[in-house]
Design a protein around this ligand. Structure first.
Ligand code: HMG
Ligand code: MG
Length: 359
């Protein structure tokens, strides 16, 4: 059936910024999240709890979480924030900020916070999961209608890869070990009623093993991650080596292995300028969730030569031209892209963003 609506996961504040060499002020990172929340985007990956030795730029993600928890960015829509983490250490760092925010809130708001795992309980209050019975009581300084709109949901994202070489470079472990690391994260997240999305990197080409990554390996990993309890698989073209036929082949292989289209997202980097073509192929195939970064920011520090994510402005422009709704106000988004590009002192990599502003 034809798509009439897609969900865009804005990864600019995480994937977009993680590879920037100069240290970006915390205030700029927070402002980026706040500006993005006002464009109609509903899902933002806002930071990562990874080793600061490996990715120094993300070292202050706990402070971004603190800000989002204590002063949820204003938006017209309910927001979902995602937090990337590779291991239990990252989860614990996430949780300690979560709990310290719980303690600094009023007693009634405190009740809304989950207690630390592994104590079994179901009354986890805060808006972690859309399917939660009581996705309420996210602490908020404000109340009333504004608080209604500003009560976010929080989700975790974990990541592994389709090749051993990339997994080693990115997370210093084998693919099998990466899955083992996810087990305790998954069970703790489930106790807190949090959704978990799982990335599979280098699904359409690897910087170390070349462009021909076995789609069956991607499918096998996707099945394992879903069996472990992942709520969504984001299939990532880390290197931008994906082409239209390869993208279609991969999606068909995933379906043949029993992976439902509705459990998939596509995360495209635009190194070879093929991201939009691949996105449209995926849309036609039935994919309805796409990752993108404003101004085409982004890149993985462990994928040499790869450039940014598909620009959110370009994706939004493309989908709107096909009559597919995104909920995003392209003009507002283009302004955010222009602003962050200037803040970072880099060229705006979104063609549609620049053209929209030039009109
Ligand atoms: P390691 O060095 O093997 O870790 O790194 P370790 O377990 O041996 O611990 C060494 C030290 O790191 C210890 O500290 C740990 O506490 C600390 P010390 O005792 O020496 O003081 N440590 C941590 N600190 C903070 N947060 C943590 C953490 N874990 C350990 N979570 C590790 C292994 C996985 C931690 C490391 O390789 C790492 O952080 N990798 C992350 C790499 C990364 O962030 N890559 C970019 C994101 S993925 C991406 O961009 C792809 C994506 O966009 C999709 C796509 O496009 O493909 C998602
Ligand atoms: Mg990426």
């Amino acid at each position: 059936s034809r798509a009439d609506h897609v969900r865009i996961v804005e990864v600019g504040p995480r994937d977009g910024l993680q590879n920037e060499k100069q240290s970006i002020p915390l205030a700029t990172k927070i402002e980026l999240v706040e500006r993005l929340a006002k464009t109609g985007l509903t899902t933002i990956e806002a930071g990562s709890f990874v080793s600061p030795k490996w990715v120094p730029q993300m070292a202050n993600s706990a402070e971004i979480l603190q800000h989002v928890l204590s002063r949820p960015p204003q938006s017209r829509h309910p927001m979902t924030y995602q937090w990337l983490l590779p291991n239990v250490k990252g989860f614990d760092n996430f949780l300690s900020m979560w709990q310290s925010q719980a303690q600094s809130q009023s007693p009634s708001a405190q009740d809304a916070y989950p207690t630390p795992p592994p104590s079994p309980q179901t009354d986890n209050g805060p808006a972690l999961n859309t399917s939660s019975a009581d996705p309420n009581a996210m602490p908020s300084a404000s109340s009333g209608a504004e608080a209604m709109a500003s009560r976010p949901i929080h989700e975790l994202s974990i990541f592994t890869a389709a090749t051993e070489s990339f997994t080693q470079k990115n997370t210093n472990c084998s693919i099998a070990e990466s899955l083992q690391r996810f087990e305790p994260i998954m069970s703790k997240a489930k106790e807190m009623d949090m959704n978990v999305r799982a990335y599979i990197s280098v699904a359409l080409g690897c910087p170390y093993e070349g462009p021909d990554v076995d789609p069956h390996k991607v499918a096998e990993l996707a099945v394992s991650l879903l069996e472990m309890g992942a709520d969504e698989i984001s299939v990532a073209d880390t290197t931008g080596m994906g082409t239209a036929p390869k993208t279609l082949e991969l999606l068909k292989t995933l379906n043949a292995a029993g992976v439902d289209k509705s459990d998939l997202a596509l995360h495209l980097h635009d190194t070879y300028g093929q991201a939009l073509v691949n996105a449209v192929v995926a849309l036609e195939h039935g994919i309805r969730t796409f990752d993108a970064a404003v101004a085409g920011l982004g890149g993985c520090p462990f994928s040499p030569g790869a450039t940014g994510n598909v620009a959110t402005e370009d994706l939004v422009h493309c989908f709107h031209s096909l009559g597919v709704r995104t909920g995003v106000d392209i003009e507002k988004l283009a302004e955010v892209g222009d602003w962050i590009s200037k803040e970072l002192g880099r060229a705006n990599d979104s063609r549609a963003g620049k053209a929209t502003l030039a009109q």
